[in-house]
Write a protein that binds this ligand. Structure first.
Ligand code: ATP
Ligand code: MG
Length: 617
């Protein structure tokens, strides 16, 4: 039998190996930026076209390469950064494998121009699918320019697998941000399709973070600083009250390299425990410096996972450093969970102990008396000495009971104890109505067979969601012009998301226009929008959209309709007039699925008289 095994041609072997290093345009961006930093550049420009599918270009003012090195750099395992195995344990550079250029050149059309400071003339090399097409002298400034065109031109399967431009661009921005955050001492600029997205002058770390994420970040940051023999930690953490529902701005860097670590993330989350609502995440920018010999970077092709010699100690040090920073800046007391409206507060959870509301029986109540005569300032009548407690039961039952007492004009209930314990089921009753609001949160309405409770926020979310889906389908929203246009500034990554949902946001009735690189002017808002906090609203829409898209994997229209409904729906805590309550109830029942909010939670709870009756047995 003849021999079957043969060596793969270089070009094929390179393509296969490239799969590890170059997964998408963002991987090329990362490798090129890192090479420019290793070359000692103080100015790096990144130019992108079509989310990197057509062009990824870096221009650096680093050390450049000689003619021989220019040729060599495309060879596999060719590196100027290490010489022997021991160097691997003392890495100070980002690169060390000598693989990135070979991998990129295997799957794209690359042009490189480079010049050493001491040379008068540089060299230009064109290489495509691992084969050199041209090499010639060139006039060029010192440093190196890489142009990577038509990525995966020779691997159609991979090209077809690339995601939409906004998604690929988001990955590029992520990589760019990570590198820019690591090196505030380097000037970075990112241009995409001719628009400048980032222009980051050299400055302090705080200035760099603000440059990347926007001016709003200034007030959110608290410094962290801890020096130990194992690790030195510097950077910033976010104040707890600015924690968000999406895991956005969380960064670990080790020896100036961005890394991911679920374990160390947990150390931080533990430090914030009890200070932030569940399922929200704080921002952090943690920079660790360790002895290079105590880490192993070579365990993952993208170098974003590393092994620490003493991970447990680092965990403990980070945890305590974060706690200290939080404490030092006395951030905890300023927390006001009720004021934060971007998350759903469920006041009583299964298993929580429920305290009984205090019910005061009004023996003298006369329904025909006017408010003034009854002596209560707002129609409530209390008599402190005749107080009794309800039997132990759950909240639904409590509410059922209290409304029953009320229906029989036996009682009115005050909310005097509200400040003392917000877990109490506090009921506000207007004795003349059959529809009223409980705790500024639920709408109580008597029906023939008993009563219903409507969660006002969830109900409004359902109503808006269906309206938005319809508007987005029919493309016919009306907009109400603002007297003064509102100007809003975004971080580049938030702006990229806004660009992604631009058409839909307009369709829903926002009259917006781009204004500079990452700002917009809001000239009009949807005709029935009650909210006045337009900047807050946009932040929430972007935040919710990210959440829906990343975590629930919804399609764009659905994500947007949900995000807008969630952000614009009236919140728990908002007092409603009787007319508003009636309108909301009517609109809810006109919905296709009135009983559930878009996220599947109940909007309405019904309690029948039979069920009430059973409570007395
Ligand atoms: N922008 C640049 N300026 C100067 N030299 C460069 C530049 N980019 C690459 N080089 C040279 O080309 C060599 C090969 O680069 P390549 O990225 O393939 O490998 P590496 O950076 O050494 O290791 P890694 O594969 O881990 O990135 C580098 O070692 C460096 O000498
Ligand atoms: Mg490299």
């Amino acid at each position: 039998m003849s021999n079957l095994i043969k060596l793969l041609p270089d070009a094929v072997a390179n393509q296969i190996a490239a799969g590890e290093v170059v997964q998408r345009p963002a991987s090329v961006v990362k490798e090129l930026l890192e090479n420019a930093i290793d070359a000692g550049a103080t100015e790096i420009q990144l130019i992108i076209k079509d989310a990197g599918k057509t062009l990824i270009q870096t221009i650096d003012n680093g050390c450049g390469m000689s003619e021989t090195d220019a040729r060599m750099c495309f060879e596999r395992h060719a590196t100027s950064k290490i010489n022997e195995t021991n160097d691997l344990f003392n890495l100070r550079t980002k690169g060390f494998r000598g693989e990135a250029m070979a991998s990129i050149a295997a799957v794209a059309q690359v042009e490189m121009k480079t010049r050493l400071v001491e040379d008068e003339i540089g060299v230009k090399i064109n290489i495509e699918g691992s084969s050199i097409k041209a090499q010639e002298p060139v006039q060029t400034s010192c440093g190196t320019t890489f142009s990577v065109k038509n990525l995966f031109f020779n691997v159609p399967a991979r090209r077809n697998f690339l995601k939409s431009n906004p998604v690929e661009m988001k990955h590029i921005i992520d990589e760019f941000e990570r590198v820019a955050l690591t090196h505030p001492e380097i000037y970075f600029k990112l241009t995409s399709n001719g628009n400048s997205l980032f222009d980051l002058p050299i400055g302090s770390l705080r200035q760099r973070i603000i440059g990347v994420f926007g001016k709003n970040f200034n007030k959110k940051l608290v410094p962290i600083d801890e020096k130990t023999t194992i690790v030195n930690i510097t950077g910033f953490i976010g104040k707890p009250e600015f924690s968000r529902k999406t895991r956005g701005e969380q960064f670990f860097f080790v020896n100036k390299r961005f890394i991911k670590s679920g374990y160390l993330h947990y150390a931080i989350m533990k430090a914030y425990e009890d200070l932030i609502p569940k399922q929200t995440y704080p921002s952090y920018f943690i920079y660790m410096e360790v002895e290079p010999s105590t880490i192993d970077i070579n365990i993952h092709p993208t170098k974003t996972e590393i092994k620490f010699e003493d991970e447990r100690s680092i965990y403990a040090i980070i945890n305590s450093a974060v706690k200290q920073s939080i404490g030092k800046h006395q951030m905890a007391p300023s927390l006001d969970f009720e004021a934060e409206t971007s998350f759903n507060v469920d006041p009583v959870k299964a298993g929580d102990e429920i305290k009984m509301p205090q019910i005061r029986v009004n023996e003298n109540f006369n329904p025909f008396e006017t408010k003034e005569k009854s002596g209560g300032s707002n129609g409530r009548i209390t008599k402190k000495d005749s107080t009794f407690e309800l039997p132990k039961c759950d909240v639904d039952q409590q509410q059922a009971l209290t409304s029953l007492y009320h229906d029989n004009n036996l009682i009115t209930i005050t909310d005097e104890d509200e400040e003392e314990d917000d877990q109490q089921a506090i009921v506000e009753v207007d004795v003349t109505r059959k529809i009223f609001q409980l705790h500024s949160r639920y709408i109580f309405s008597q029906i023939k067979s008993g009563y219903i409770l409507i969660d006002q926020h969830k109900a409004h979310e359902r109503i808006l969601y269906e309206q938005f889906l319809e508007t987005l389908g029919a493309k016919k929203a009306t907009s109400q012009q603002q007297l003064f246009p509102v100007k809003l500034e975004f971080s580049s990554s938030d702006f990229a998301i806004l660009t992604e949902i631009w058409d839909e946001v307009k369709l829903i009735g926002f009259d917006i226009e781009k204004f500079g690189n990452t700002a917009i002017a809001v000239n009009g808002v949807p005709a029935d929008l009650r909210q006045t906090d337009i900047p807050g609203l946009f932040d929430k829409i972007i935040e919710q959209f990210k959440n829906n898209r990343d975590e629930l994997k919804l399609d764009t229209t659905d994500s947007i309709a949900r995000a807008m409904a969630r952000s614009m729906a009236i919140k728990a805590g908002k007092k409603l007039s009787e007319n508003e309550m009636t309108l909301l109830t009517d609109q809810l029942f006109a919905c296709e699925s009135p009983y559930f909010a878009p996220n599947g939670k109940k909007t309405i709870v019904t309690v029948t008289l039979d069920e009430l009756e059973k409570l007395f047995n």
